[in-house]
Design a protein around this ligand. Structure first.
Ligand code: SF4
Ligand code: SF4
Length: 358
């Protein structure tokens, strides 16, 4: 197996101290010890030492959302993402990939996305070009949250630039989740780079895409030449330059920090500034760098009940603090929270929140 020394060191760094055990959103949803960071390290360690087969931990690799909550709480800097992604890349050549992952990959080959669905016509109808700024919605939003994409573009059209928008929305981030740094993932990322490098700026809607483009693609030597700016940051710029005008009221909004914004991109501020522009920011528990996962669309394809429990647990955090309106900064969490929203509560995307205050 091609497991790097860095990955082996990370696995060995786990002291099995249990400190991270309470923060794993998947472990909290299933109540199973195998779904904790500690157990994942133990399984990986057994494989590296030859005490068990890679096949034995294959399912457990795909039960990790890569949210990094454990890393954020670990004194040793244990980061499961590093070894889990390497193990995933090893699974396919050895014929050990779980069938439910194989199905998603087949759908990707057939349709261009892992959901096997067509891009909705309502989005194809609003494709446009003629700007050196491109709006990257990402495939999760295009397929599973097209209303978010439409709202985001409506909001952006209030500014002085109407961004270009097309069906070229696959960065390779979904393949990266499924098979890590495999040839297919690199090919998707390279194809995206060759398309998007004609633009000067790319506004990135989904923080998972932004983290993938900024971190993995850079690490793999894939050149992305446009400036990459997060959707939140771009909206803040529009507000600061008075290209977008909103009304400030007294409505309380609670940000559902997404782990990619909070931890991978180190941004826990921009969405709160957007909230402060239109209302009052009110935090719940496990926010900011401690961000607790509220859903995962890819994982919902093969372990839906667990993912709906993850979202329901997040609503429990909101209810405990009487936070009535959650504001999401990721399409995947928007969909999962919306599907599990309790009566008397509501979930808004960042763009919906701003649009209701124009
Ligand atoms: S990952 Fe870190 S916090 Fe969790 S058991 Fe291992 S050493 Fe402890
Ligand atoms: S990255 Fe997230 S899902 Fe994976 S073990 Fe750590 S806390 Fe659990």
């Amino acid at each position: 197996m091609n497991i790097t020394e860095n990955a082996k060191n990370i696995i060995d760094n786990c002291r099995f101290c249990w400190m991270c055990r309470h923060v794993c959103p998947i472990g909290n949803a299933t109540g199973l010890e195998r779904n904790t960071a500690r157990a994942r390290a133990f399984g990986a360690s057994m494989v590296v030492r030859g005490a068990t087969d890679l096949a034995e931990i294959a399912d457990n690799l795909y039960e990790c959302s890569l949210c990094g909550a454990c890393t954020n709480n670990c004194v040793t800097g244990f980061d499961p993402k590093v070894f889990i992604q390497q193990f995933k890349t090893e699974l396919a050549p050895e014929g050990l990939m779980p069938d439910y992952i194989r199905v998603l990959l087949e759908k990707y080959v057939q349709s261009g996305n892992i959901y096997g669905e067509k891009i909705p016509e309502m989005l194809e109808e609003i494709y446009c070009d003629g700007s050196n700024v491109f709006f990257l919605a990402g495939m999760d939003a295009m397929i599973k949250a097209p209303e978010c994409v439409k709202n985001a573009l409506t909001l952006l059209s209030q500014g002085d630039i109407i961004p270009a928008f097309s069906g070229n929305q696959d960065t390779g981030a979904a393949l990266n989740f499924l098979i890590g740094k495999a040839e297919e993932t690199r090919a998707a990322a390279l194809a995206f780079a060759s398309y998007v490098n004609r633009y000067k700026t790319v506004i990135v809607y989904d923080p998972v895409d932004l983290a993938f483009l900024r971190h993995e693609c850079r690490e793999w030597g894939i050149e992305i030449t446009p400036e990459l700016i997060s959707f939140n940051e771009y909206l803040l710029t529009l507000l600061k330059n008075e290209n977008l005008t909103v009304q400030k009221g007294n409505c309380e909004y609670t940000l559902q920090d997404h782990f990619a914004y909070a931890r991978d991109l180190d941004d826990t501020v921009s969405a709160r500034e957007l909230i402060s522009a239109v209302g009052v920011s009110r935090d719940m528990l496990l926010c900011g760098k401690e961000a607790n996962l509220a859903g995962h669309l890819i994982m919902a394809e093969y372990m839906p009940e667990v993912i709906w429990s993850v979202a329901a647990n997040r609503w429990e955090n909101a209810r405990n603090m009487e936070c009535k309106t959650l504001v999401t900064e990721s399409p995947t969490e928007y969909v999962c929270l919306k599907a599990t929203c309790p009566e008397g509560y509501r979930v808004l995307s960042v763009e919906e929140m701003l649009l209701e205050n124009i």
